[in-house]
Design a protein around this ligand. Structure first.
Ligand code: MG
Length: 389
């Protein structure tokens, strides 16, 4: 049982949209195909990994450091104790050989793409959906047969007024979503309040709307924004300030009584621990959004999960960023709070299976082996071509 080849490619995620911090005119992501010599249904098992959005492709790190180290490893050293399947933690160990601790950044994004493909392989070798493998190994067999999902949307586009924003939100509702999210902090406060009120006309209640400032605000701006929106009782106020400014986050909890969410720009279990210990986050109210596809994959996420349990947090307050099928499988198999999704943006990479049915804001997990990439036809077509060289 061995890895035969690892192929990677950069793909465009570009779009005219922007949030409060960046535009997406040159956004890219890395994707990979890992080919094994294991045969199921008469064909070699191939795992697929797709990078999350917002941190660009990492082809250099993949080609120059991580992939060669995996291919140079002794094959049996990458297997579980029984030699019956691959062990993604051992593959991670090989990738991280001669990498110093700390300073996670782009390396974590690159490693996550390989790790996602390895978990896809593990599930395909077991001939089970990944969420089922996760439930069996890490949740005593329990799982959710419906997962809370919310679309990340409401971006700023050139010339986009209130009516197109409302139309976008109606589209999500027609698709079956209940909780929606919009960007804030990319305009002055009065403009953003008009945008929020326009969306509230559509969603009816603040409990159906989350807002995301993408780390744009200073402490004073975050407090002012929080005071201005507090009476809407929003689903959450996301990433108000710099993602590494735990003191800002902790201070803000003294000024804003509603739920807050953050963590998508923290790329290791240690960074997540710093947020939980020093960021003032409230386990009964707030949400942690570590994105496994940016932060060394599900293998590292298991450490995040263990840390959060140790710190007294429920899994229901974890809700992975990124709108990818890995986060969805984790949410179902670990019974997390839910998962983000991107039904309209970052296409064709964003969102879940082509035929996923959203009912009252919940989605059902798939029943085919692996992460479910094969159920997204446009994505699968491109990854299949990559695997076939
Ligand atoms: Mg965000």
């Amino acid at each position: 049982m061995k890895i035969v080849d690892i192929r990677e490619r950069s793909v465009p995620l570009h779009s005219a949209m922007r949030n409060a911090s960046i535009d997406f005119s040159k956004m890219t992501a890395s994707v990979c195909a890992i080919i094994t010599d294991v045969v199921r249904d008469g064909k070699p098992v191939i795992g697929y990994g797709v990078g999350s959005n917002g941190r660009y492709a990492q082809g250099g790190i993949l080609r120059e450091r991580l992939i060669p180290r995996v291919l140079e490893a002794v094959p049996v050293d990458l297997l579980d104790g029984a030699g019956a399947n691959f062990d993604p933690a051992k593959v991670m160990g090989a990738m991280m050989r001669n990498e110093k601790p700390g300073g996670h950044g782009d390396r974590a994004v690159a490693a996550a793409v390989i790790d996602m493909a390895m978990w896809d392989i593990v599930a395909k070798v077991e001939e089970k959906p990944l969420w089922q493998v996760i439930a069996n190994r890490f949740n005593g067999g329990a799982y959710d047969d419906r997962v809370l999902v919310y679309p990340g949307g409401g971006y700023y586009y050139p010339g986009k007024g209130l009516e197109p924003l409302q139309a976008e939100m109606r589209t999500y509702q027609e698709q079956g979503y209940r909780v929606l999210k919009m960007k804030v902090g990319g305009a002055d406060l009065d403009t953003d309040l008009r945008r929020i009120e326009a969306v509230l006309e559509v969603v009816g209640d603040g409990a159906n709307l989350a807002v995301d400032a993408n780390g744009r605000f200073s402490l004073d701006e975050a407090i002012a924004f929080g005071k201005a929106v507090e009476s809407y009782k929003l689903f959450w106020f996301e990433e108000p300030g710099d993602p590494l400014d735990y003191a800002l986050q902790a201070e803000l909890t003294q000024h804003y009584s509603g739920s807050m969410a953050t963590g998508e720009n923290l790329f290791s279990a240690q960074d997540a621990k710093n947020l939980v210990v020093y960021g003032g986050m409230r386990p009964e109210l707030d949400w942690i959004q570590i994105d496994p596809a940016l932060a060394y994959g599900f293998t590292e996420y298991l450490k995040v999960d263990a840390m959060m349990t140790e710190q007294g947090w429920s899994r229901r307050q974890q809700i992975p960023h990124g709108g990818h099928q890995l986060g969805f499988n984790m949410a179902a198999g670990m019974q997390l709070g839910g998962s983000e999704t991107y039904p309209l943006v970052f296409q064709p990479w964003g969102g879940f299976a082509d035929d996923v049915d959203i009912v009252d804001g919940y989605a059902r997990p798939h029943d085919t082996p692996g992460i479910g990439i094969e159920l997204k036809s446009k994505v699968y077509q491109q990854l299949k071509e990559l695997a076939e060289g």
